[in-house]
Design a protein around this ligand. Sequence first.
Ligand SMILES: *Cc1c(COP(=O)(O)O)cnc(C)c1O
Length: 361
Amino acid sequence: MTEIYNFCAGPAMLPKPVMQRAQAEFLNWNNTGCSVMELSHRGAEFMQLASGAEADLRELLSIPDNYKVLFCHGGGRGQFSAVALNFLGAGKTADYVVTGSWSKSAVSEAKKFGDIRVIDAVTEHEGNKKVVPSEQWNINKDAAYVHYCPNETVDGIEIFDIPETGDIPLVADMSSTILSRPIDISKFGLIYAGAQKNIGPSGLTIVIVRGDLIGKQQIATPVILDYKVTADNSSMFNTPPTYAWYLASLVFQWLKQLGGVEAMAKINQEKAQCLYNYVDDSDFYYNKIAVENRSTMNVPFYLSNEALNSEFLAQAKTAGLLALKGHRMVGGMRASIYNAMPIDGVNALVNFMKKFAREHS
Ligand SMILES: *Cc1c(COP(=O)(O)O)cnc(C)c1O
């Protein structure tokens, strides 16, 4: 059988060793005679798994002790509401930096809960996009926080430098970049990420939040979006997504074995370079993002002859290369190459692209 490589933006592929281990222990986890998904989240066995996962994530990202790690429901979009509900007190305002489709969606949701000021930070010239350097963002000194999205999954735009916001807490939607490279957590007030790109399956959302920022939630904050309640109850105020939490714990162990986030970042760079280099060298394909803002995780590209799009996708699928269609808002193609995508998958894609270009030039 042809090896299948799944380039889906999310839910995305998971590391094969993780899936194999989950399969092996599916019916009898840890000698309990049960599947891990059948166990009480408050039982000793699951509690141990839960705290082990947190410890591994803390180690992988060097999370300082004054930060809480929360295992939540509700995905990235749940956090669009939660951030505003927890951080935007009465009469407060927040700055939202817009660099693409997800940061824009975050604005629409946050506007329901408070006064949101938008900073448009992408310039477009003849279809080519570039992020305005963060020193020019003109942040409001009275903002309760600044929200941005370091990796725009749909647009393929990444911001590599961490914006300097002084005393104003920096909030980042890292759904599609967390664990892809080292980050200095201490520069952030809060980081959130839906799991289904780089952490595990959908259904779990990770929040990393500086302890002193918790406890200022609006009165009407739903209890399951309340950071204080979640933190005080070790993310078990209601039933957490236990199976997703378990799979995330296996992903963290896999990453540690591989050499951690530094080692992963090297592999990710190699994968992205391989793909961007080929796209740049070829007249058949092109990418519209400024080199310094090109995402390492989500690589959008276009065929110069768009009439060939559906044939490209059909042939790619036959070759075992799945889910390469770009998001409907931007069109073209997109290869999502998260941590779980091996370099072999990227090589297979580039070889297919070369062959397709030869046969259609
Ligand atoms: C996928 C994604 C989201 C949305 O996540 P859901 O879990 O579907 O709510 C939000 N932000 C970014 C950057 C994403 O990539």
